[in-house]
Every structure is written in C-alpha cells, then in structure tokens.
Design a binder for this molecule. Structure first.
Ligand SMILES: [Mg+2]
Length: 397
C-alpha cells in the first residue's frame, strides 16, 4: 500500500501546478464493496412472463466510499439486477486509483478522467455504471461539505416530491394481494400506484387493471408498466383500450431503443408515454428526447453513469418540456427530482431500505427531503454483512 500512497502524494503535487485550487482538498482513500441484497420473494415483471428473464431474487450493489485529506466523506452506489454486478465492481476496481490525489470538488474533471480510463470498453453500459458509485459519492461529499441536502446544493424547486409505489403491483403477485398492497401503500401515504402489465395474455392485464382502478377510484394516480414486452401493434391496441383508465402514464410499452415506435405512440394516444430506464448514457437519452419519443423521461442515475450525466439529461429534458420520473434508487433520485423545474414523480421502492441507517419519510402522497446533508444516508451493518468483496486504494486520513 505504501507505493500507492507515495504515488498519490506525488500525483497531487503534479496536479496542483497551474490549478487555481492549489490549497484544495485531495482524495486520499477510496473503498469499493460488492454486496448482494436478497429479496424476500422472487420478483417477476413482463420480461419473466414472456420467458426472457428469470425471476429476480437479489440485487447486486456496488458501493464507493471516498475520503479526503481534510476528512470529508462521500458514499455512492450503483446496482445491477440479475447479471452484471461482478463486472461493474471489477471495472470500478480497475479505475479507482485515478481518483487518488484529485480535488474532490472537481467532479466534472474527475468524471472525464474516469471515462477515459476505461474508454476502450465504451461510454455507456457497464463502463459508466462502474463510474456511477464514484460520481454519486463525490456529489454526496460536495453537498456534505456545503452542509446542505444535495437537493439544496443543486437548487431545489420543492421540499417534497410526489411519489408512487411500484413494488406492490408485480406480476408474480396475485390480484387479491395486489389489492391488499394498494391499501397498505395508501395507508403509508403513497401518492400513486403502478401496476405491471405486458403479459402474453392481454385480457388478464385488463382484468387486473380494471380491478385496481375500481379499488382506487377514478382520480387516484395510477400508472402501468409493460417492461418493453409489447410489439408496436399490441402497444397501440392496448394503449387505446387503456385510455378509459385515466392513467398518469403507460411505461415502456415498446423496446427501450425503439425511438420511432415510442414517438408514434406518444402522438397517437392521449395517455402519456414514459420510458428511459434502460438507457445507459446521456447520448441515448438525447435521441429519445430529440425524437419526441415520450412525455415522461425516466433516467436512472446509477445506470446512466451517475449524477453528472443525469443533470445533463435533466437540462435537455426540461428545455424540451418533458416530465421527469426517475427510475428506482429513490435515495438518490429524490434530490434530483426536487431540482427539476416541472413537477416530477418519484418511484418508491423499499427494497434498498436495509442498506442504510436512515429512511425517507412519506406524507400526504409525497416523499420529504430530509435536512440531512448530502444524500443523507450512511451504510448499515446489514449492508456490511451482505458484502462479499472489498477493494481499497490510498490511505484513510
Ligand atoms: Mg419500469
């Protein structure tokens, strides 16, 4: 480890030449960990019912912890469902030493450096999902240093975000249990309910949707999510049949990369279209936004490479009048959604709760921004127990 430390010190000196921030703080320690979070029940969406994927039994979490010479800390995470967690972790371990000696405030510079460190395997997909934990940790640290919640550092438009529940409406869940889950979610203060659809049997989708709409009443916010499993013909037929349900949106009706198909559907239906969770770069979202492919954009900060590219997507989406509904990872996205100019929706998933000592609060259909600094989370002992691999570079201050 001593060779790492001495090279880190000399690197810091090199980088200070010509910088305005010569007396600035420096990153001296980076720790990566890979944990597997088990799910209580195997989870199925339309991708499972069409035979393309196995039920989801665990979520891989790749966590970065960063510390500086002056004692500041930040944490960030990426994730994968089914395959990919080991690969993201391995790539992150390979590029982690590029952070040592850098000023943690220079997030964009560090982002570019990390991107080029692994550029031969691309600027999207797993290559950038390995950068996400670092980038998110640096934004967490920057807000903690400013003694602000991240939403306030970015410039918040609101101190709470309307939120909807997804986890109660998966396709492995029998309809009577879905109805019970809806009641529990409403008692807990949720502001909307999302139901999974996209089964091979479209009549069954409509039967479940009819029952849930009757349970909720005509006006309670309700969304559906087909997880990319319709073809264009099925999507327009189902979209027309679903107009009567007063849906907030129809999510992922088509393949995630079918920009033209989504654009045609968006133009044809009154019900808004939402998509974007599967995209893994700013460039992919740019095609979606400039292609008029949806009413709601659904970026996912860990998937697109972190908060830095997510902010670029927000900026473009806002300039084109799109609504925002970030995918998963509410612990990160509550801050980003709060900083979006147009009223956004936040996706509520309780799955990651055991990873953290702190929890987000729901009230009157909205999730509240806490007054904790940064993202406002610290890793739990349970997260440490689920950790299978760790790798660190540098030396803790
Ligand atoms: Mg979805």
């Amino acid at each position: 480890m001593s060779s790492v430390n001495s090279s880190a010190v000399s690197y810091a000196k090199t980088q200070s030449v010509g910088n305005a921030t010569e007396s600035g703080d420096r990153i001296v320690w980076v720790n990566l960990s890979l944990a597997f979070l088990p799910l209580a029940t195997p989870v199925s969406d339309a991708k499972v019912l069409t035979g393309r994927q196995k039920p989801l039994t665990e979520v891989a979490i790749i966590v970065a912890e960063i510390e500086t010479r002056d004692g500041f800390q930040g944490i960030g995470f990426s994730y994968s469902k089914r395959a990919g967690g080991q690969g993201i972790y391995a790539h992150a371990c390979e590029i982690a030493d590029a952070l040592i000696g850098e000023d943690p405030n220079d997030i964009d510079k560090i982002y570019t450096k990390l991107l080029w460190a692994g550029a031969s395997v691309g600027r999207s997909g797993m290559a950038v999902q390995a950068i996400s934990p670092f980038d998110i940790a640096l934004w967490d640290m920057k807000a903690r240093r400013a003694q602000l919640p991240l939403a306030k550092l970015l410039g918040a438009h609101r101190d709470s975000v309307q939120c909807y529940n997804t986890s109660g409406g998966f396709l492995h869940t029998p309809l009577d249990q879905v109805i019970k889950n809806v009641a529990i979610s409403r008692e807990n203060g949720i502001g909307g309910i999302k139901l999974k659809v996209g089964q091979p049997n479209t009549a069954e989708d409509l039967r479940r949707l009819t029952a849930v709409r009757q349970t909720l009443g005509d006006d309670f916010p309700l969304m559906v999510d087909a997880n990319q499993q319709w073809d264009r013909e099925t999507a327009i037929r189902m979209g027309r049949k679903m107009e009567q349900f007063n849906l907030v949106w129809i999510e992922e009706p088509l393949d995630a990369y079918d920009v033209e198909g989504h654009a045609a559907l968006t133009a044809a239906l009154d019900t808004p279209i939402a998509t974007g969770e599967m995209l893994t770069s700013f460039r992919e979202h740019e095609q979606l936004i400039l292609g008029n492919a949806s009413d709601f954009v659904q970026p996912d900060a860990p998937r697109v490479g972190g908060i830095t590219p997510f902010l670029q997507i927000m900026d473009l989406a806002a300039r084109h009048g799109r609504k925002l509904a970030p995918h998963f990872a509410m612990e990160i996205h509550i801050h980003l959604a709060a900083a979006y100019p147009i009223e956004p929706w936040l996706e509520h998933f309780e799955w990651l709760n055991p990873l953290f000592n702190e929890q987000l609060e729901l009230r009157d259909g909205r999730m509240l921004i806490s007054d904790r600094h940064g993202l406002g989370f610290s890793l739990s002992e349970q997260a440490r127990r689920w950790t299978t691999l760790t790798h660190s570079v540098g030396k803790r201050p």
